[in-house]
Design a binder for this molecule. Structure first.
Ligand code: AP5
Ligand code: MG
Length: 212
């Protein structure tokens, strides 16, 4: 299966992606994770990405399209299928993705769109914690880890309230035309994201079982 997962910052894309990957064995491609890995390694691309991400702005399309194209062209993708998380995030990226997939002879099977009340997102992002060793995402209140030790977890730099506000504004402005693009192609499956994490996954699973 070749899938996209869409939703505002904090909608639960990464949380649900982890469950989808475990159940359906598709490759998880998260542009945010790729940028954070490059930032941690202080590569040239990582330093460039950081200058945008720290302000809550989008990394320029030419950089982002390039890393996605490179990853989708790798041999494992045709075998396993993929779940793109956080891309496309502008209408130009959506058009670039159409071209990349056509060039590679890959067909998109579905777009999972997690719908959430934007008012719930600040609380989700300010309470998000990530395990240093495994990279697994939790929430202090909504999804607390067993045996929580503060020093084993970190918070994302861009989860500061000022940055979150900018991220939400940017993503709300860009999101609609992208969804309209995929609705026209009859690919979008809307999922109610303001429910318990496991209930969100139950709804996603129903959709994916049919697409499989
Ligand atoms: P990226 O890493 O993609 O961030 P984002 O889109 O802002 O989304 P998040 O990862 O913050 O949220 P999520 O939906 O994955 O939520 P999660 O599951 O963690 O991108 C970061 C930055 O990189 C961008 O701002 C941009 O600068 C750059 N970038 C990335 N892609 C780009 C692109 N294509 N073009 C240009 N720039 C790009 O959940 C959040 C929290 O809520 C967690 O604590 C979780 O436990 C909790 N939670 C999840 N589900 C629920 C639930 N149902 N109920 C209660 N709590 C829940
Ligand atoms: Mg994420």
């Amino acid at each position: 299966m070749n899938l996209l997962i869409m939703g505002l910052p904090g909608a639960g894309k990464g949380t649900q992606a982890a469950k989808i990957v475990e159940n359906f064995k598709v490759a998880h491609i998260s542009t945010g994770d790729m940028f954070r890995a490059a930032m941690a390694n202080q590569t040239e691309m990582g330093l460039l990405a950081k200058s945008y991400i720290d302000k809550g702005e989008l990394v320029p399309d030419n950089v982002t399209n390039g890393i996605v194209k490179e990853r989708l062209a790798q041999a494992d993708i045709k075998e396993s299928g993929f779940l793109l998380d956080g891309f496309p995030r502008t209408i130009d990226q959506a058009h670039a993705l159409d071209e990349i997939l056509e060039e590679l002879g890959i067909k998109l099977d579905g777009v999972i769109n997690i719908e959430v009340d934007p008012n719930s997102l600040l609380e989700r992002l300010s309470g998000r914690i990530i395990h240093r060793e495994t990279g697994e995402t939790f929430h202090k209140v909504f999804n607390p880890p067993v045996d929580y030790k503060e020093e084993d977890y970190y918070q994302r730099e861009d989860d500061k309230p000022e940055t979150v506000k900018r991220r939400l504004d940017v993503n709300i402005a860009q999101g609609e035309p992208i969804l309209a693009h995929y609705r026209q192609m009859n690919l979008v499956h809307d999922i109610q994201g303001n429910q318990d994490i496991n209930d969100v996954f139950t709804d996603i699973k129903k959709v994916l079982e049919k697409l499989k």
